[in-house]
Design a protein around this ligand. Structure first.
Ligand code: DX5
Ligand code: ZN
Length: 213
């Protein structure tokens, strides 16, 4: 089995002591930091914005995978790029001109990601797959940490891995939501490249080096 990369989500970090949380992520095997941006409109919850991302940038050299769960993401990509994002990942569901947005992200010198919620099929992404750097498959409905993984979403990961091979594309595939110590090995068997984990990473029930060999 190919070893995936861990991207802990700071949504479940200790917001009163983010410096310690960053050390915990680095010591705990993080390859990327997953940064969840929520606007209280596209998703029911609000997290934080560019000033916080900019402040966190000095705490690590690891890439920031910025997951934009916001409406009108095109208005905010430049400011998140300046704040220190490496990947800018938007949602397919609320963007009409997705191909244009990928080009705009690339023009900022950043990697572009596209995410799908559990009810969106892989076929929706067909025209974007040659251009995107990352496909983020949500395995819970976005908005909150600590939810249960929806198993059918894992089939989408296997399909994306297969399509990449068949067509010779180069995007990475990431899974986000509900991954824990009990299901992580099963999730990794899909061939996924990046595993996001929030609550299970920070409460210690997912121990990367122990669970992923
Ligand atoms: C959910 C977020 C996730 C979340 C994952 O809307 O996009 O990144 O932080 O948290 P867990 O791992 O607790 O499901
Ligand atoms: Zn996320």
């Amino acid at each position: 089995m190919k070893k995936p990369l861990l991207a802990p989500s700071i949504l479940s970090a200790d917001f009163t002591d983010l410096a310690s949380s960053f050390k915990k992520m680095e010591d705990g095997g993080a390859g990327w930091i997953h940064v969840d941006i929520m606007d209280g409109s596209f998703v029911p919850n609000i997290s934080f914005g560019q000033p916080v991302v900019g402040a966190l940038r000095s705490l690590t050299k690891l890439p920031f995978d910025v997951h934009l769960m916001i409406n009108n993401p095109e208005r905010h990509i430049e400011s998140f790029a300046k704040a220190g994002a490496d990947f800018l990942t938007f949602h397919w569901e609320n963007v009409i001109h997705s191909h244009r947005l990928i080009e705009q992200i690339h023009a900022l010198g950043k990697k572009a990601g596209v995410s799908i919620v559990p009810s969106t099929p892989v076929s929706a992404l067909e025209a974007l797959l040659p251009y995107t750097d990352l496909v983020l498959v949500m395995s819970v409905n976005p908005g909150f940490g600590g939810q249960q993984l929806i198993p059918l979403c894992l089939d989408k990961i296997s399909a994306l891995v297969r399509i990449r091979e068949e067509k010779g594309y180069s995007y990475l595939v990431s899974v986000d939501g509900g991954v824990n110590g009990n299901n992580v090995e099963h999730v990794a068997q899909t061939g996924v490249d990046v595993i996001v984990s929030g609550s299970a990473f920070f409460d210690g029930t997912l121990q990367w080096e122990k669970h992923i060999k």
